[in-house]
Design a protein around this ligand. Structure first.
Ligand SMILES: Cc1ncc(COP(=O)(O)O)c(C=O)c1O
Length: 411
């Protein structure tokens, strides 16, 4: 009889999105006529850029001929894609990242979870997460056995860094020792961004304390303010203390197509049990080569097209479209008298629920009275209680209709 990984039993039963799905299904069953508008899960809605589709079709046709057929590709990604990323995402912003430090993958969700494979499990490392947080960081630590049990929405053993209106959604740098900290900017779920000064403080602190920063830049393409860094590597010293995750999901609509990347600088090290420095790049390379067989040739050609002239213009159009949705949401909810955050350099609008109304109660009110689905802030962590996330990933028609319905709720 196999023994299971008991850590899975520590996971809080209702992972946020399944619980939303359950409530939505129950609502739809008792209200079959209702036209629900889903501004909940952060999935994109607009079609793939034409440049990407054209490149993928060309790639499919190439696979149809013996002399241009591709079987297994390099586990780290094709050199032409890694070079395009190094040049456009990093060199163009003054970041010193070599193509060989970029690992192409099928998603930032998997990479941000899988990275734990190369770090000691149990109590050897102290992990810090922001609260509210992208739930994957927490749950993968639970699965890996890096936490104790949950109580009051928080797991023993993790360091939580609250982000609330009181600190402008900028968490205080921990005063206790931390070995690994997850940072996500632009932030999911709050829509907050980090200034150059804030990121410099994190990098300086991480270097002084030998802390590894796991920097998730999945939403970097939504930054329009020229003073806000897109990459942690825009900060001097970050090569010595940070791994960065990026994705084609939210800029180019690859949520279903699947392509992402992780940067592990070659000089970045951790300690082995004897206290020797070991390069994380080599460990991640080993991990990926053993457990991963690369992203399909077709999808990598599609991702490469994001960096063509047409691809850049089409991605810019997509981003502008979602940011305009975010602006409409912000303005409509502000006009309803709500306290509204985020949604400027990010696709998420983070609102305060009315006084005395919990995040889940607000969810129920919105679905029952407006037929609009959002995401309860408390699902992202204890400090998210009393907040609610509205996503700008939807059609213009749905956003406008949802805002009209919410305005009536207020009236
Ligand atoms: C912060 C953050 N990181 C990563 C991801 C997942 O990205 P991918 O589609 O590349 O797995 C998401 C998706 O919602 C996200 O919000």
């Amino acid at each position: 009889m196999p023994r299971i990984n008991d850590n899975y039993l520590k996971l809080e039963a209702g992972y946020l999105f399944p619980e939303i799905g359950r409530r939505v299904a129950a609502f739809a069953e008792s209200n079959p006529e209702a036209k629900l508008i889903k501004l909940g899960i952060g999935d994109v809605t607009e079609p793939l850029p034409e440049a990407c589709r054209t490149a993928m079709i060309r790639a499919v046709n190439a696979l149809g001929k013996r002399d241009s057929f591709h079987g297994y590709g390099p586990e780290q990604g094709y050199a032409w894609l890694r070079e395009a990323i190094a040049e456009n995402d990093f060199a163009a912003r003054g970041c010193d990242i070599d193509a060989s430090e970029i690992f192409v993958s099928d998603g930032s969700k998997c990479d941000s979870g899988n990275i734990l494979d190369i770090l000691a499990a149990g109590t050897a490392n102290r992990f810090a997460v922001c609260d509210p947080v992208y739930p994957v960081y927490v749950d993968t630590n639970v699965m890996a056995g890096n936490t104790g049990e949950a109580a009051g929405g928080r797991y023993a053993g993790l360091v939580y860094l609250p982000m609330t209106a009181a600190n402008s959604f900028t968490p205080a740098i921990p005063d206790a020792p931390v070995d690994v900290v997850y940072l996500c900017y632009p932030n999911n779920p709050t829509g907050a961004v980090a200034s150059r000064e804030t990121l410099t403080q994190w990098v300086d602190w991480a270097k002084a304390n030998n802390t590894l920063i796991l920097f998730d830049a999945a939403y970097h393409a939504f930054i329009t303010d020229p003073d806000i860094p897109h990459s942690i590597y825009e900060i001097p010293g970050a090569r010595d203390c940070a791994i960065e995750f990026r994705s084609f999901s939210k800029n180019a609509g690859f949520t279903g197509t699947r392509c992402a990347l992780t940067v592990v600088p070659k000089g970045l090290t951790g300690k082995d049990a004897d206290g020797n420095d070991v390069a994380l790049h080599g460990l991640w390379n080993r991990r990926q080569s053993t457990k991963f067989n690369g992203v399909s040739y077709i999808v990598q050609r599609g991702a490469e097209a994001v960096y063509s002239e047409e691809g850049k213009a089409q991605v810019a159009e997509l981003i502008a479209f979602y940011l305009e949705n975010a602006r409409l949401i912000r303005e409509a909810l502000t006009a309803c008298g709500m306290e509204v955050h985020g949604g400027v350099n990010a696709p998420y609008v983070w609102i305060k629920t009315p006084a005395g109304v919990s995040s889940w109660d607000f969810f129920d009110t919105l679905i029952n009275e407006c037929h609009v689905v959002g995401t309860p802030g408390s699902g992202f962590g204890a400090a998210g209680e009393g907040y609610f996330r509205i996503s700008a990933f939807n059609s213009r028609e749905n956003v406008e209709e949802a805002m009209k319905r919410i305005a009536k709720l207020k009236a």
